[in-house]
Design a protein around this ligand. Structure first.
Ligand code: HC0
Ligand code: SF4
Length: 564
């Protein structure tokens, strides 16, 4: 085995592509802004500079390890160099840290502290540029951009969208959409993955918190929350709770304390989706029409398909997402109750989602019932955490509480909607349900190849004597490649689950950041554990779903649960 020397430690080279990875393996947390193992190497921020035994200074992210190299990561020359780079970055950055959305979780702030910058010798001569608030999902503040290019590469390489790019040269350089168009006028799908990697406050979540506070303050408004599956294993990150812990009960308690009148679980909507989507799949297979059927619950994917593959929109399921189905049902339920009891009250539905694109879904015309928007405000996990902090609630200490009836029982299959492959697993549980052998069936589906983090996963099941071919894909870049192959006749499926974000909603654009490899893994594991511990594993065993169909939906599936 070959070795290199890092600060007098001998470290083996084990297939690492760059020196930075070996330095980190040696336990040295070298700072970087622009290096992400899932993205191409850009080498722009220069924070990861090191020195070799000949006094050569270079960026360790873009240098291949060679046997016998001697590397110093902390010589006084390097420390001075790093501090200077940091000062230069800060010199063209606005200094409104105390009021920035990223205050406390900003990488620039964190590294300035780490590197030991206590004064900036240069003045900021840059003109102040306007913010882009046109998107319902994210806000771009070019004044806070440090040109690391993380957003540009994520949008292009991972999502295959390419809505952002560099413009101009030298000191004029900026990141912006083509022709500096407002984001809302580009092909941006609102997935928020650029916000997840942005180390500063240059790309942040579009906030809807104020509208929720106003509704909570209004005595004539009933404020009702629904909480998405993936929120429960991530919100704890904002309060120092171990990664991947299920904090659903605490969140329910916190929301009640903030004044929410009723709190529900979006998973109930997921159980309805399983009913509707599996019915649609079986019908399309029987009629052999518009196959493959694509899932419709991920709004980033739906928008991507509409932009890039408009000829395939007929293949997207007509089901509303669980957020959409449940909001429509909640509005209808309270309207009916109020009419019966002669109560005059507004109902304001707040969805708490791991996703920034859900904000865009909520305002779509096909997510309105009788012209009225069903989800009044869609806020992200990160916004919910900010609201809890603002309400001075000690989240860590709060007692766990259960969600409200009559929608208070949900299935484990619905909970795993929040991880890639979960929608498929839940649909398979439904269509291959066999009361007498259900445990065996659950195990077979679990090990059928639909779990895990490969970009594209495949499986098949028998429906009578017809083989149903299934693909699961996550990350829009992966989805795009898969669809090109389907169109070229190289692949053939009946059902395709698409989630815009890699790993699914657990890594949605509205989740707390930063989220490293361990956090990603623990969030996925967390949702699977909730499923395993659930008394009800499949939607068709959920007794409340049947009641809701019989007593509330009453044959109005098309109106309440579908888009067209
Ligand atoms: Fe998801 Fe959903 S699983 S998209 O990722 O289907 O956001 O968590 O809420 O609607 O249920 C997000 C998560 C949801 C919806 C559900 C679906
Ligand atoms: Fe690209 Fe998604 Fe960011 Fe839009 S929200 S710019 S699609 S990464």
């Amino acid at each position: 085995m070959d070795f290199i020397t890092i600060d007098s430690q001998s470290v083996p080279i084990e297939g690492e592509k760059n020196i930075l990875s070996i330095i980190r393996k040696a336990g040295i947390d070298l700072p970087t802004f622009c290096y992400h193992s899932e993205l191409s190497i850009y080498g722009a921020c220069r924070m990861c500079v090191v020195e070799d035994d000949r006094g050569r200074v270079f960026a360790s992210c873009s240098e291949q390890p060679r046997k016998g190299m001697v590397i110093k990561t902390n010589s006084s020359k390097i420390q001075k160099y790093r501090k200077l780079i940091m000062e230069l970055l800060l010199s063209s950055h606005c200094r409104d840290c105390t009021t920035c959305h990223k205050n406390g979780i900003c990488e620039l702030q964190k590294l300035a502290y780490k590197v030991g910058v206590d004064a900036v010798r240069f003045t900021n001569n840059k003109e102040t540029l306007p913010l882009d608030t046109s998107s319902p999902s994210i806000v771009r503040d070019p004044n806070k951009c440090i040109l690391c290019g993380d957003c540009v590469r994520t949008c292009d390489e991972v999502q295959g969208v390419g809505a952002l790019d560099f413009a101009f040269r030298g000191s004029e350089m900026q990141v912006m959409p083509a022709f500096n168009k407002p984001l809302a006028e580009t092909n941006c799908v609102g997935c928020g993955q650029c916000r997840v990697v942005c180390p500063t406050g240059a790309i942040t979540i579009k906030k809807d918190e104020e509208r929720v506070w106003e509704a909570l303050d209004d005595p004539n408004t009933r404020v009702v929350a629904q909480i998405a599956p993936a929120v429960r294993v991530a919100i704890g990150d904002s309060f120092g709770i171990p990664k991947g812990t299920n904090s659903m009960g605490k969140l329910v308690g916190a929301l009640r304390r903030m004044g929410f009148d009723k709190v529900y679980d979006t998973t109930f909507g997921a159980d309805l989706t399983v009913y509707e989507e599996s019915k649609e799949l079986v019908e399309r297979i029987q009629n052999n029409e518009k196959l493959p059927l694509f899932t419709s619950c991920c709004p980033g994917w739906v928008k991507f398909c509409e932009n890039k593959f408009p000829e395939l929109t007929d293949h997207i399921s007509t089901c509303r997402s669980p957020q959409g189905m449940f909001s429509a049902l909640l509005k209808d339920y309270y309207r009916t109750q109020d009419e019966k009891e002669g109560v005059d009250m507004k109902t304001f539905v707040v969805s708490i989602m791991p996703c920034t694109a859900k904000k865009g879904e909520a305002i779509r015309d096909d997510y309105k019932t009788d012209g009225v928007q069903d989800t009044d405000a869609s806020i992200t996990t990160a916004e919910a955490a900010r609201m809890i902090r603002r309400a001075a609630i000690k989240f860590e200490d709060i007692e766990e509480e259960a969600v409200d009836m009559p929608f208070g029982i949900v299935s484990g299959g619905g909970v795993i909607f929040g991880v890639t492959g979960g929608v498929t697993e839940a649909v398979l549980r439904k269509i291959s349900y066999d009361k007498d052998h259900n445990h065996k069936a659950l195990g077979e589906i679990k090990f059928s190849g639909i779990r895990g983090i490969e970009g594209v996963k495949e499986t098949s099941i028998m429906l009578g004597d017809r083989e149903v071919k299934i693909a699961v894909v996550h990350g829009l870049g992966n989805a795009s490649k898969l669809i090109e192959e389907i169109k070229a006749g190289k692949r053939n499926y009946d059902f395709v689950e698409v989630m815009a974000c890699k790993r699914g909603c657990v890594m949605g654009g509205g989740q707390p950041v930063p989220a490293g490899p361990r956090t990603k893994q623990m969030r996925m594991k967390g949702l699977y554990s909730v499923d395993t511990a659930s008394q009800v594993r499949t939607s068709n065993e959920n007794p409340l779903v049947r009641l809701v169909y019989d007593d509330m939906i009453n044959g109005r599936e098309h109106k309440l649960l579908h888009t067209r």
